[in-house]
Design a protein around this ligand. Structure first.
Ligand code: BV8
Ligand code: ZN
Length: 257
């Protein structure tokens, strides 16, 4: 579908709304990483295309066949190695480093928001510009023990889940699987940010996965103006004050310049 130009008046209105907001919530899903080559979850090339989520991204699947689940994450990690932050991630990171009052909440586990923050940070600053994103679904770049609190950055390419060096239980990707609760601290920080935000910028999510999608409805219920950036329809479109129908990599640099 040819990318129809977004009317300049809409972009200008969205820019003004965002600039006037003291507190902004940015909520992202896998669509913000699509132009980095990371497959989305439900699109035609979606990750789930070849597998149903219940087959692999669940504790039951891991208990039933830990090697299969581990190999699927191994494949996702290998595809991620060649993925770089796209202009949408970079524009967001630059803009976040240039102002205060922005909280980024992401459903993504790919680490590309953090990579973008490091890429735009001045060489002097020790860590990436702007606060780290609140990751509601964990990180694919970390392994954790399926029993104790042990965690490690992902290691080499083991073909099966290695035993935890502390307690011997199997290691697993440090992501939230279907049927698992979201991390308490991240959830309450995301809801607190959604409660205070005057504007919620929702980028690249079908808003079908709960409770994460509830963050957007919480912001809307507390009076935030919703700006949606997505080339296709999403479940939150009807709450959008402004709908920017286009890809994040093209829209965000224009919107946040
Ligand atoms: C829980 C980590 C209970 C793992 C993920 C029936 C009805 C309602 C809910 C449920 C139900 N059955 C089960 C549930 C609950 C379930 C759920 O919501 N299921 C959905 C599928 C209906 N939720 C859970 O299980 C959650 N836990 O409920 O626990 C509980 C509570 C207490 C105590 C015990 C138990 C846990 C859910 C977390 C699952 N983990 N990821 C991994 O990555 O392997 S979810 C996964 O989906 C990713 O995190 C992803 O981010 C997230 C959301 O998907 P999207 O990001 O929106 O991706 P999608 O492909 O859908 O959309 C992409 C969008 O981008 C599209 O709009 C597209 O147009 C757009 N796009 C494309 N290109 C671009 C673009 N946008 C911009 N630019 C582009 N270029
Ligand atoms: Zn352990």
């Amino acid at each position: 579908m040819p990318l129809q130009r977004i009317p300049e008046a809409q972009l200008r209105q969205a820019r003004e709304l965002i600039a006037a907001a003291e507190r902004v919530l940015v909520f992202t899903g896998s669509g913000v990483s699509a132009e980095s080559g990371v497959p989305t979850f439900r699109g035609e090339h979606g990750l789930w295309r070849s597998f149903r989520p219940e087959e692999l991204a669940t504790p039951e699947a891991f208990a039933r066949d830990p090697k299969l689940v581990w190999e699927w994450y191994g494949w996702r990690r290998s595809t991620l190695r060649s993925c770089r932050p796209n202009p949408g991630h970079l524009a967001l990171a630059r803009w976040m480093a240039s102002r205060s009052g922005v909280t980024l909440v992401t459903q993504n586990v790919d680490g590309l928001h953090e990579a973008a923050a490091r890429a735009v940070a001045p060489p002097s600053s020790a860590r990436g510009g702007g606060a780290a994103p609140i990751k509601l679904h964990g990180s694919i770049l970390v392994d954790r023990c399926s029993r104790c609190a042990y965690r490690r950055e992902i290691g080499g390419a083991e073909s099966a889940p290695p035993p935890c060096p502390e307690c011997g239980a199997l290691l697993r990707p440090d992501v939230v699987w279907f049927g698992e609760p979201l991390p308490e601290r991240e959830w309450s920080r995301a809801i607190a940010a959604a409660s205070r935000a005057e504007v919620a910028l929702v980028v690249g999510t079908s808003a079908l996965v709960y409770p994460a999608a509830g963050v957007v409805y919480h912001a809307a219920a507390r009076g935030a103006s919703i700006v949606v950036v997505d080339p296709d329809a999403t479940a939150v479109d009807r709450h959008a004050h402004i709908l920017l129908r286009g890809p994040a990599g093209a829209v965000l640099p224009d919107l946040l310049r």
